[in-house]
Each structure stands twice: as structure tokens, then as C-alpha cells.
Design a protein. Structure first.
Lengths: 554, 464
């Protein structure tokens, strides 16, 4: 890996100026590296982070096809990584004009990383630096503990897709609340209303009493208020403490819960495992926003490389070259989902919506096609608006908010499906629907979505850990349940239960093995099989590395 | 329904069948499939039905490197990456000792190409298991749907694609061949290199002498003008005469003035050391695969895996000097031109093991292979045969043992089949061939849950 030469760096700096003038905001410092094939071989298993920790799975071919992105939610061939300064990678034989185009694309990515709020938790530190020190920690531990380090990495990685990324995000930028304030909120919002279910008059009386206390003695009034409360409800303190504890517990994801609550991990000789788990978790949380903003991020970058390069005089003489590459990148495929194309067209659509004042309730209420077509309030606020969109939305919100029927019609989009044709020799692809609801749903189905699995503290007793899969209409991959649970059992140091749902299909086929049955075969070929499908709630138990399963109700 | 099969069945039925056996035969008879290829689509986008066969770029498959810089993700040359399979397997065995299940699988990515260009990626693989959603387990079939753009009314068919992927109506394939189209494969050589175990063909006899399998000898046979190790006097003299005739120094043949002859440096002919192939025995290997309906699923996987390994190892060890022939059989046997076809044909139809052996015998006889070749036969089956007493099969095998250097039979068991031995196993045992001629015929029974190291063990058993 070496840095790009001065000539190319100059090109980059010019691009930065233009991008900055257009409104993109990013740190002035960036690093650009030339990578060879050999570099790519080493980088791609580490998601292009040169300093990521070593792990033996990186050395073998990983079967990626099945549920590839559910398992590995980050792109192995990302060109630009979200570090400080941002690092991007290039071939050494790119012509200058192509570099200009890619630089604009990369700069828009950097702008996205540094402004989109779903990356909020990555803003304050440089991940490569962090990763380097983590890598050293792991290397040191490996020299002491040998293969057990890799087991811990493996078992933690088994659950690193269900990290509490959103919890992490929501805890950021919260106004600080003191213990007293929390107690006050709890007393009035929860305790009086839900626990005691007091009457309104009584409630109002309490508020008045509180105000009175503050008025009389100022700050310490609060304390005297709660002295009264404790007299009246002696159990209040205990209930509040329980509530606080429960809430902090609930804000833990599984890895954190194991780190803080596992007896096994808190033993002196096992404490080192906790730091490895922290590292794996941190790495996973860092990568979480990438896959949740794929369409937006690529769309945003494509929108800007197109706009900025077309205005750049360095395109002169390369208009056709640009058109070719750009068309390949941003064309909507006949069948298939291209995030560059979809995202870019959506951004253009959003800009137009706002420019014409159509992002409004008033417009949405218009039913008349002609009026809709001509509707234009000339707000011309679209340019500013797309910046707000890139700051505040992720893929789901982006699609949910802006994919509308007009967008579908304009880009001639449809949901495609396939079926066997009558001769059964070919698949027929057909236009299934052009309705926005169907299209949106299809998009949602394609989006990354890890299962929602949490620790249920109520049902966990003694040394048993009880996990609940909050069912969302999709079952877990059965084959993986056993080993994943085994890993959790190891880290937990006791039996682990997992409550989940499974799809049970009962097929009752009429055809048997009798002699005459095959005469009837031809005619009965199209006879519909009777299938009974239903969801069954099941409970897996992993104890002493043995897995058992039983059906439960509910 | 194949009327021929039906006839055969009725005939067998007349001769009397036990219940179990009849059930199996009926299963194959009713097996609704054909011997299509389960090909790997070479390019093009299509909607995925089954993740395994998908080459449609997913939403998350797009990345800047590929779309802008045309930097195709590379296949990692595994020989640089890993020390050896042994080392990994050792690590894996250590896992087992530590009380965790094994994680490494060997040789599961196989992708033969057409026309002799075998592309086999035999590599250690693994998967990181996590809790993830399984789209195949859901109430709707919406996971099939894709985005499209362009013209077309709702309901209008916009394109067709031949059925590749296995589905309910067609046969099942060995189906480990998969991977994104941009994947470049290493060839069969890689396996040979990483398999530290060196196998050798047993009972190699002196035959044919057409080309070498293994050895080179070094001999002073090459001639070189001007310099070298030993002066070839006769050749040099001849050259000198030649030159001098050209110069006009020799006019009368009877009366040559030797002193007037000019000796040019280039006229000196030397002998130099040269690498010569030691012409050695030749070998031909027949691969036989049962592709009847009962082979669907695991047995086919196992047999194909094992044959891929044997095949790749032969390619490596004998540097493509061993000829291979491929034969598929159900009730009838046929020879297929390349490993690709052999590997990819789907299962269907009934089973008559004898047919395959007969075909080998016919080929050997017709092409007079016995004279020039050491002949090896590897047969993979699930051990089921409509011909229960194996009269025909045993007859053909006996004939085969007469000339073959080794016949290796692999029986991949169905997990469903009870603990009793399979039909083929039974009649082979009864024939006492395995006991009488252990040098020429070997049998290996693979349990259905066999892993790769077990398969490699099996190869050792078959050819040691």
C-alpha cells in the first residue's frame, strides 16, 4: 500500500474544493492509497480495515452464499472506510478523468459518514487506531492463552449481529439527568399513575405539594418532598431502585449482558475474555450503520459524482467515457436491485418533490391526476432538503418516506416474480405489480434485518439464561442454532434457553407406494398436495453442550 | 413413467420381491426427474430461487471497487493462505478434544468446467454460525420477488430462463458447484498440492510404454553445436566434411588432404546432458457413478466429493497423464465425455449396477485397453440395486478383476436405511470376491454423515 502520487493528490484537492462549494461537508484531511491485488487479498477479509484483529476464519474460505449479508453485514470491497482521516483505496492504473469521477463519489461517501446521524457513534474517534490497539491486545492474549482466545472470538462473533446498535445510538446526545430528576420523573410518571393508580385530584395535590416545597425552601425542597413521600409509601425507594436496575439491564445487548452478569466471565482466570468480547462488540457496532444505509449512501455518492463531474471542466474530452461508466453504475437493471441507481433516482425525486412543494400534506390530498401533474409552488428548496435527508434518515426511513407511486411510475419500476411455465422447462419472469405498496414491501424484504433477540431477565433463574426471540414472521436458520447456543453457554457458564418460533409444514400426500399408484401418477400429478402450515413457538435448551427442543404454547 | 422401467419392474415383481426392496424400486420408478444438468449459470442476472444457485447480484453485492474500478474480487490462492489442510484439520481435531464440534470442511467448493478445463476449487471452508433469519421459512413466497424496471403490463411475461436450479419437479443434483460468476477458480492442482498425503496407484504394471507417469532420466543424448560436455567425434567429423565440401576443399573423394580441411568452431558437435522422460506404464481410470433416483441428496454428495478428490489427485500426481473415462448409470449405463457432465448430471431413474460394469468391460474389450493400460475402476453408489442377488454384477466384476489393477467400490449409505447392509454390499460379500482378491477389489462404506477426512480415509482404503 502506498499513497497516491502528488499529481493525483492535486486532482483530489481540486475535487474537494468543488465538493465543498457544492455544500458537502467533510474533514479536510483524507488519505488515498494505491492497492495492489495482493493488498486486496489481505484487506478484504478484514473489511478493508488494515488494522483489524487477526482471526483464523480470515484464512479459510468462508461459505458466504447462504445468507451472506445476514452473517457478514459489511462489504468486503468498500473503497472508502469511515476513519479519521478517511481512507480510500484505488487501482494504480486509473486514468485521471476516472479518478476525478471516483474522487467525487468518495467525497460524497465521506460527507455521508461524517454527517449522517446513524454514524453518530463513529464520529469521535479513529477506528483504525482503535482497531490497532485492539489487535495488539488480542495478539498478546493469544500468546498467553493460545487457542482459547479464538474460541472466545468465535463465540462472541456468533452473537455480534444482535448487538444493541440502536440502543447505543439512542444513548448518545441525551441531556444529562441527575438521580433526583430521574426519581422525580419516576414518581410522577410511573409510580403514581401506573403503580398506585391514584385519582387525578390526589395527583394534582401531590404536584401542588411539590411546588410548595420548592417555593418554600428552594433547592432542598425536593428532598423534603421525598421525605414525605417515603413516609407515605415506604416501599417507594425499593421500587425505584428495582426500576433503575431493570432499565439499565434492558439497555444491555446480549454480549454486554454476558460481560456484566456471567459468573464464568467474572472469575479471575477468565476476566481476560471480557476484553475480547468488548473488542468484538465494538467492531460490530462500528460496522452496523454501513449496511443500514447502503441505498442512501450509494445513492448520495452517485448523485454527487454525476452532478459535480458534469460541471467540472476536467470532463472535457471524456464525456463519452464518463457516460459509459456512469450508465453502468446508475442504470436501473431490468431485473435486480441496484442500490446506486435506486438511491440516486430517489434523491433526484426527493429534490424535485421539495422544489415543487409536493412534499406536503396539501399535495398528498390532491386526487386529480392533472392537478397533481401541474402542481408546483416553486419553493426551490430541494437542494437544501436533500442535505437534511442525508443527515437524518437511514435506508428504511428513506424508502418508507419517499418511495411513492409517482416515483414508481416515473422510473417504470415494478415487482418482478417468476413461475414455472407450463412445459416446466423454463422460468417465466413476469411483472407482478406496479403498486407502490407492493414495491415498497419488496424493498423492505430485501433490507438487512437481524433477528431481535434479548435476554429475558424475568424468566432467567438460578444459573440459567433465558433468551427470547421476538418473532417477526421469520424463523431462524435452524442449522445454526445449536453451535451459536453452545457458544453462549460457554460464555455464560450455565444452561441457556432460547425461545423462538418455527414453521411447521404438515404435508399429507395422497400418493402411496402401491402397485397401481403409478398408473394414476400422470393424472394425479397436478393434484394439489395438502399442506398445513403454522407457526409453533419452541424452546431450545442448551445444557452441557447438548441441545434439546420442546414445543411451548403462545 | 418410463415404460421400459415399468416392464423391468413387472418382470422383477414376477420373480418375487421383498417388501422393502419393492418400496425402493417404486420410489425410483416414481421419481419424477430427468438427468438434466444442474449447471452453474455462467452469467446474467436472474432472480434467486435458492441461495445456492444464485448469481443475481443482491442489493448488498454492489460495491465501489467492482463498479468503478473493475476490480474483480479475486479468488485467494489457497496455497499461499494456508499452511496445509493437515494443519487446519489438526486444529479442528483439537477443537473436538476441547469439546466443541468441528468447524472446518474440506473440499466443498467444486466447479468442473466444460471441455477438459476442470475447475475445481477444493478448499477448506467454514461458516460462522449466528442467529439469522431464514427467508425460506416464512408464510409468503415474497422472498422470491425482485425489483424490475422498464415496460410491461402487470402479469405480462417479460423473459424466460431455462430451469437450472433444482426444484420439486426435476431431479436433484450434486450441487456443490456454485459461486458468484466473477469468481476465478484455481484448478485441480491445488488439491494435489495441499493434500500432503501422497497416494499411489496400486498394482501398477509395466504396460504400454507410451509415456511416462512419474520419472525422468538424464542422459547424454542431446546434441549441441559449439560446446558441451563430450565431443561427439563421428558427428563432428561428418560436419567438418560437410563444411569443407561446401567450401570446395574436397574435390576428390579418394584423395583428401586432411591438412587443408578447415575446422570451424560451430562444426564441433558435443553431447550434452538432457532430461528424458522415462517411458513407463500407463493408466486409465474409469469413474462410475450411480445416478438413479435413490441417490438424491447425501449419497450423491459423498460419491461426487470422493470422486472429485480422486480425480484431482490423479491430475496432480500424474500430471494429467492418467486418462479418465466417466460413466453414469441408472438401469442403463452411458459414457459421458468429460468430468463436467459426469459431475453435474442429476439423479433420476432406476438402478442396475451391472449395466455400468458391463459397459466398462465392453469399452475395454472394444478398444483393447488391456494391452496398453493399467485399468482402475472407481464406482460410487448408495448400494441399492434392483437386481438383488447381483448375478449380473458379480459376473461382470469377476470378468473385470481379470484385467483391472484395482476396482474400488464406494457405498454411500442413506441415513434412512436400516443398519442391515445394502444390496450391493450383501452380494459382494456373498461372492467372496472381497476376501479372495483383496488386491484387486476394495469396498468402502461411507456413513451418510461422513465428513471430508472420512472421505479421504476412504480413498486411502480404496487405493492402498
Amino acid at each position: 500500500m502506498e499513497l497516491i502520487n502528488q499529481h493525483t493528490k492535486k486532482i483530489m484537492e481540486k475535487c474537494k474544493e468543488n465538493a465543498y462549494d457544492a455544500g458537502l461537508r467533510f474533514d479536510a484531511e483524507t488519505l488515498e492509497y494505491i492497492v495492489t491485488n495482493r493488498d486486496l487479498l489481505e484487506l478484504s477479509p478484514k473489511y478493508m480495515i488494515p488494522t483489524l484483529y487477526d482471526y483464523w476464519v480470515h484464512d479459510v474460505e468462508v461459505l458466504k452464499e447462504k445468507g451472506k449479508y445476514e452473517l457478514y453485514p459489511s462489504n468486503p470491497y468498500e473503497t472508502v472506510i469511515n476513519t479519521r482521516p478517511a481512507i480510500s483505496f484505488y487501482n494504480d492504473n486509473n486514468p485521471d478523468w476516472l479518478n476525478v469521477m471516483i474522487f467525487y463519489h468518495v467525497l460524497a461517501h465521506i460527507d455521508f459518514f461524517q454527517n449522517n446521524r446513524f454514524y453518530r457513534h463513529t464520529w469521535e474517534y479513529d477506528f483504525t487506531g482503535q482497531a490497532l490497539s485492539d489487535k495488539r491486545v488480542i495478539a498478546k492474549l493469544r500468546s498467553e492463552k493460545g487457542r482459547w482466545v479464538d474460541y472466545v472470538i468465535e463465540f462472541t462473533r456468533g452473537i455480534d449481529n444482535i448487538v444493541g446498535y440502536y440502543k447505543e445510538l439512542s444513548s448518545l446526545d441525551r441531556p444529562y439527568k441527575s438521580y433526583e430528576e430521574k426519581m422525580l420523573d419516576f414518581y410522577f410518571d410511573v409510580f403514581l399513575q401506573s403503580t398506585k393508580k391514584v385519582k387525578i385530584t390526589e395527583y394534582v395535590k401531590e404536584i401542588e405539594r411539590y411546588n410548595q416545597c420548592i417555593k418554600q425552601v428552594g433547592r432542598i425542597g425536593e428532598r423534603s418532598f421525598f421525605i414525605e413521600v417515603n413516609k407515605k409509601y415506604p416501599e417507594f425507594d425499593a421500587i425505584f431502585k428495582k426500576y433503575v436496575e431493570k432499565n439499565t439491564r434492558n439497555s444491555y445487548d446480549l454480549i454486554q449482558y454476558l460481560i456484566t452478569h456471567s459468573d464464568f466471565l467474572s472469575k479471575d482466570e477468565n476476566k481476560w475474555m471480557q476484553s475480547i468480547m468488548q473488542i468484538v462488540r465494538k467492531t460490530s457496532v462500528f460496522f452496523q450503520p454501513q449496511i443500514r444505509t447502503k441505498i442512501m449512501n450509494e445513492g448520495w455518492a452517485s448523485y454527487w459524482h454525476e452532478n459535480l463531474f458534469l460541471k467540472d471542466d476536467r470532463i472535457n474530452g471524456h464525456e463519452v467515457d464518463f457516460a459509459r461508466v456512469n450508465a453502468q453504475v446508475t442504470a436501473m437493471p431490468r431485473i435486480g436491485l441496484n442500490p446506486y441507481a435506486l438511491g440516486m433516482h430517489l434523491f433526484y425525486h426527493v429534490k424535485k418533490l421539495r422544489d415543487k412543494g409536493r412534499y406536503s400534506t396539501e399535495f398528498r390530498q390532491i386526487r386529480d391526476a392533472q392537478t397533481r401533474k401541474n402542481y408546483n409552488t416553486n419553493t426551490e428548496k430541494g437542494d437544501k432538503f436533500i442535505f437534511e435527508v442525508r443527515e437524518n434518515l437511514n435506508d428504511f426511513m428513506f424508502i418508507n418516506t419517499f418511495v411513492d407511486q409517482d416515483f414508481i411510475n416515473k422510473n417504470k419500476l415494478f415487482v418482478a416474480d417468476r413461475r414455472l411455465n407450463k412445459t416446466q422447462t423454463a422460468w417465466e419472469y413476469f411483472v407482478k405489480s406496479r403498486k407502490v405498496e407492493d414495491y415498497r414491501q419488496m424493498l423492505f424484504n430485501k433490507l438487512y434485518h437481524p433477528p431481535h433477540i434479548e435476554v429475558c431477565t424475568e424468566k432467567s433463574k438460578d444459573d440459567m439464561l433465558y433468551l427470547v426471540h421476538n418473532f417477526e414472521g421469520k424463523a431462524l436458520v435452524n442449522d445454526y442454532v445449536k453451535n451459536t447456543l453452545m457458544g453462549i453457554e460457554y460464555l455464560w457458564g450455565g444452561p441457556v434457553k432460547l425461545e423462538t418460533s418455527e414453521f411447521v409444514v404438515k404435508t399429507s400426500q395422497k400418493q402411496g407406494y402401491g402397485f397401481f399408484s403409478f398408473y394414476g401418477m400422470q393424472s394425479s400429478k397436478h393434484e394439489t398436495k395438502k399442506e398445513e402450515k403454522k407457526w409453533q413457538r419452541v424452546l431450545y435448551t442448551m445444557e452441557k453442550r447438548r441441545l434439546s427442543k420442546k414445543n411451548i404454547d403462545g | 413413467m418410463n415404460p421400459k422401467l415399468l416392464k423391468l419392474y413387472l418382470k422383477l415383481k414376477k420373480q418375487g420381491l421383498n417388501q422393502d426392496h419393492e418400496k425402493k424400486i417404486l420410489f425410483e420408478l416414481n421419481y419424477n426427474g430427468t438427468h438434466d444438468f444442474c449447471t452453474i449459470p455462467s452469467d446474467g442476472r436472474y432472480i434467486k430461487k435458492d441461495d445456492k444457485y444464485c448469481s443475481d447480484p443482491d442489493l448488498y453485492d454492489y460495491n465501489d471497487f467492482t463498479v468503478f474500478q473493475k476490480n474483480v474480487p479475486l479468488q485467494i490462492p489457497y496455497i499461499f493462505q494456508i499452511r496445509s489442510i493437515d494443519e487446519l484439520l489438526e486444529k479442528d481435531a483439537q477443537r473436538e478434544k476441547d469439546g466443541f464440534p468441528r468447524k472446518i470442511r474440506v473440499g466443498r467448493l467444486v466447479k468442473p468446467g466444460k471441455g477438459g478445463k476442470e475447475k475445481i476449487v477444493v478448499v477448506p471452508t467454514t461458516v460462522e454460525e449466528k442467529f439469522i433469519h431464514d427467508p425460506s421459512q416464512s408464510e409468503s413466497d415474497e422472498s422470491d420477488q425482485a425489483s424490475g424496471s422498464g415496460d410491461g403490463e402487470e402479469g405480462e411475461v417479460i423473459g424466460e430462463e431455462p430451469v437450472h436450479a433444482p426444484d420439486e419437479s426435476s431431479g436433484e443434483g450434486p450441487g456443490e458447484g456454485k459461486g458468484a460468476p466473477h469468481e476465478t477458480e484455481s484448478n485441480a492442482y491445488d488439491l494435489g498440492k495441499i493434500l500432503t498425503e501422497q497416494f499411489e496407484l496400486p498394482n501398477l504394471k509395466d504396460k504400454g510404454k507410451k509415456r511416462s507417469l512419474t520419472k525422468y532420466t538424464y542422459d547424454m543424448t542431446d546434441k549441441h553445436r559449439g560446446f558441451g560436455q563430450v565431443l561427439d567425434k563421428k558427428a563432428t567429423l561428418r560436419k567438418i566434411v560437410e563444411t569443407n565440401i561446401g567450401l570446395g576443399n574436397i574435390t576428390e573423394i579418394e584423395n583428401v588432404d586432411l591438412n587443408s580441411l578447415i575446422i570451424a568452431p560451430r562444426d564441433k558437435i558435443y553431447r550434452i546432458l538432457s532430461k528424458e522422460k522415462d517411458y513407463e506404464s500407463q493408466a486409465i481410470v474409469f469413474f462410475l457413478r450411480d445416478y438413479s433416483g435413490s441417490m438424491s441428496g447425501n449419497p450423491t454428495q459423498l460419491v461426487v466429493s470422493q470422486h472429485v478428490m480422486i480425480y484431482s489427485w490423479l491430475l496432480y500426481q500424474y500430471e494429467r497423464q492418467v486418462e479418465s473415462r466417466f460413466i453414469l448409470h441408472d438401469t442403463e449405463a452411458k459414457e459421458v465425455p468429460d468430468f463436467y457432465t459426469y459431475y453435474n448430471s442429476k439423479v433420476a431413474g432406476g438402478t442396475k449396477v451391472g449395466s455400468a460394469y458391463r459397459l466398462v468391460n465392453e469399452i475395454v474389450e472394444k478398444e483393447n485397453l488391456i494391452k496398453d493400460y493399467n485399468i482402475y475402476v472407481f464406482h460410487g453408489t448408495d448400494g441399492d440395486d434392483w437386481d438383488t442377488d447381483g448375478k449380473e454384477t458379480v459376473k461382470e466384476i469377476k470378468k473385470m478383476i481379470g484385467y483391472a489393477s484395482r476396482v474400488g467400490v464406494t457405498i454411500a449409505e442413506h441415513s434412512s436405511i436400516s443398519k442391515t447392509s445394502t444390496v450391493v454390499e450383501r452380494y459382494l460379500n456373498r461372492s467372496r470376491l472381497l476376501v479372495d482378491k483383496p488386491d484387486y477389489i476394495r469396498l468402502d462404506v461411507l456413513p451418510s454423515e461422513a465428513n471430508e477426512s472420512r472421505i479421504i480415509q476412504g480413498i486411502k482404503k480404496l487405493i492402498s
